[in-house]
Design a protein around this ligand. Structure first.
Ligand code: SF4
Length: 251
């Protein structure tokens, strides 16, 4: 029963414009197993505690108040890592799709395990009700991926393949961090990797920023990228050029 399915939610944004097409209601789920050095939402990390507890009904009813504003955009479930709570997300999106709303999920794919039948069944159900995946590709190099996020990139890459096999629409998001994810050889390797997939509709390069520093101070966590500056316009432009951002853009 959907009424009994509960989820931990960090926050909501009623008029989001950067997480998918059009004006969107964005749900930021609590909990993430990654520890990206550049993460600007460390307050979403805790799994099983933190955030506020809502039923699917609660969230659905809240979103419905904005239906007229988001009917040409849609709803995006972000985080944290939203698929830590995949059953809740799937049930919520199922109800939103039944209202004719466009649905998107912003994920790293880290919770995808391709050899687990139980996991695949959950992801198959999710795909049924998700129009678009915003896939956060953290790094193409396995060693640098682990250094940057604390996790290996096997599950995310398996998830990309799974989305391609199911011909699901994907927008790639890549955070450009000076000294960590801006090496031209890595960007070229990333381009080669992404070029295999015909289901990628768009690539977004997101320049690293320092707006999350205050949250680290509030949580008393040392900021891991102390002293790292934003990437220069030249590096951003060069990265976009290598990744062929314009040729992938669909809006
Ligand atoms: S996956 Fe997202 S929420 Fe999780 S640590 Fe990385 S940037 Fe933060």
């Amino acid at each position: 029963m959907s009424e009994q399915l509960l989820g931990r939610i960090h926050s909501f944004e009623s008029f989001g414009t950067v997480d998918g097409p059009g004006i969107r209601f964005v749900v930021f789920m609590q909990g993430c197993p990654m520890r990206c050095l550049y993460c600007h939402n460390p307050d979403t990390w805790k799994i099983g505690s933190g955030g506020d507890v809502y039923s699917v009904d609660d969230v659905f009813n809240q979103i419905m108040k904005y239906k007229n504003y988001i009917k040409k955009g849609g709803v995006t479930i972000s985080g944290g890592e939203p698929l830590v709570q995949i059953e809740f997300v799937t049930e919520l999106l199922k109800r939103l799709k039944a209202q004719g709303l466009h649905t998107a999920v912003d994920t790293s794919g880290i919770t995808f395990v391709k050899n687990s039948a139980a996991t695949l069944a959950k992801f198959d159900a999710l795909l049924e009700v998700t129009d678009l995946f915003l896939l956060d590709v953290k790094h193409i190099d396995p060693v640098k991926h682990k250094a940057l996020t604390g996790k290996e990139n096997k599950n995310p890459q398996d998830f990309m393949q799974y989305l391609a096999d199911h011909n699901k629409s994907v927008w790639i998001r890549y955070v450009l961090v000076p000294g960590y994810s801006d090496d031209e050889h890595d960007i070229e390797a990333l381009h080669t990797y992404l070029s295999r997939y015909r289901n990628i509709e768009k690539i977004e390069v997101l320049p690293y920023h320092t707006m999350g520093i205050a949250k680290y101070q509030n949580l008393n966590i040392p900021y891991p990228l102390e002293g790292v500056q934003k990437p220069s316009k030249e590096v951003i432009d060069r990265t976009k050029e290598i990744l062929g951002v314009k040729s992938h853009a669909n809006k």
